[in-house]
Write a protein that binds this ligand. Structure first.
Ligand SMILES: Nc1ncnc2c1ncn2[C@@H]1O[C@H](COP(=O)(O)OP(=O)(O)O)[C@@H](O)[C@H]1O
Ligand SMILES: [Mg+2]
Length: 350
């Protein structure tokens, strides 16, 4: 229901009363949101919608290019991952907390859209390889990723040149979205599952290679948006132990989703720098609710949301159905999953 605030009232007054309203009306929860100045919306939720998640069928503008309704908020509205407003995101959580499920939904949601999907899954591809038919490029170990990331950076630079060329022809634009549609390059979403697998090293020599990988990722995160290249990074922890540049990379990943974590330090890595109050909420996520997460962005707002269940088989089938939409990006052609299995092992560093 919508209410007009009386003169002198503020949204916080109603928010402070939600616990009492909840009891008075015997409902599961009452959520307050400001619709426009002076008007608030009260959402009464009858039961715990996060227990068995069903996404609402009518998505009120939830989908669209580069928008995926990926989870359900506790007030029963969809949580939408929107790459145009939040280009890069970091998803943290302990093992079995639901990170890969979250990625699975994003891949499945983007599969029917006009976008190129790129996977980096250094756990030998166990999570992302099943989506290979819809992936324009896939790296399943750090050596492959070491070749794929520079190729992505080169692709990004190529796109900057294209934008520059257009500017000289009198079309003033500073990103790919300002280009005429027939010239606009295909957006690219890069998924990194288990980022630590990419960065953890054994030897000193590996350390140099890791620093290179981080540098490439930092460049993609800093400059990718204008070139239509978006990062979706997920991992168990994301701290200084990942090496030089890790903190800089994290600062660029402005969207944050924190699943269940094992310690407060991990929740702080995910949310501490942008929504400190959300840290406590993230620490309270119970183990028996995989997929439940606290999502925040650089505006400081945060929300609890849970993904619905989606089996790997269903997601893979869905991707296979949309194989024909897989764009071939010449710059990434040699990383096309089918192609790489044919060549088998490419010697590292070649
Ligand atoms: N939203 C969810 N609803 C029900 N089960 C889930 C949900 N998210 C994850 N799971 C289950 O939890 C387990 C761990 O999920 P996964 O995404 O692989 O975690 P992670 O990648 O963080 O280790 C899987 O068995 C998965 O089926
Ligand atoms: Mg996983």
């Amino acid at each position: 229901m919508r209410l007009r605030l009386a003169p002198g009232q503020e949204v916080a007054d109603l928010a402070a009363a939600t616990e009492r309203l909840r009891h008075a009306w015997s409902v599961h929860a009452v959520h307050v949101a400001e619709v426009k100045p002076g008007v608030v919306e009260l959402r009464l939720v009858g039961f715990d919608v996060l227990n068995d998640v069903r996404m609402p069928r009518t998505s009120d503008g939830g989908d669209g290019l580069l928008r995926v309704p990926v989870a359900l908020r506790e007030d029963a509205t969809p949580f939408v991952r929107d790459y145009r407003t939040v280009p890069h995101q970091l998803t943290l959580g302990a093992t079995l907390s639901g990170k890969s499920m979250y990625l699975r939904h994003l891949v499945a949601g983007l599969a029917p859209q006009r976008v190129a999907l790129v996977g980096i899954d250094c756990k030998r591809g166990v999570e992302l390889a099943p989506f290979a038919p819809r992936l324009s490029a896939l790296a399943t170990d750090p050596a492959e990723a070491g070749q794929l990331l520079p190729a992505l950076v080169a692709l990004m630079e190529e796109r900057y040149d294209l934008i520059r060329a257009r500017q000289r022809d009198d079309g003033a634009t500073s990103d790919v979205w300002g280009l005429p549609e027939e010239e606009r390059p295909m957006p690219v979403v890069v998924f990194v599952d288990e980022v630590a697998e990419l960065f953890l090293t054994a030897t000193r020599k590996d350390e140099e290679r890791r620093d290179e990988l981080v540098t490439h990722l930092v460049r993609l995160a800093q400059l990718g948006r204008a070139a239509g290249i978006y990062l979706e990074v997920c991992g168990q922890r994301f701290g200084a132990e990942l090496g030089k540049g890790a903190t800089m990379l994290r600062a660029q990943l402005t969207g944050r989703v924190c699943h269940r974590v094992n310690d407060e330090a991990s929740a702080k890595m995910a949310l501490g720098d942008i929504a400190p109050e959300a840290v406590t909420a993230a620490c309270a996520i119970p183990a028996e609710r995989p997929g439940l997460a606290v999502a925040a962005d650089s505006s400081g707002r945060w929300t609890r949301a849970r993904t619905p269940y989606l089996s790997l088989t269903d997601a893979a089938t869905h991707c296979a159905i949309h194989t024909h939409r897989t764009p071939v990006l010449p710059a990434l052609a040699r990383f096309r999953p089918g192609a790489s299995t044919a060549v088998e092992t490419v010697p590292a560093g070649s």
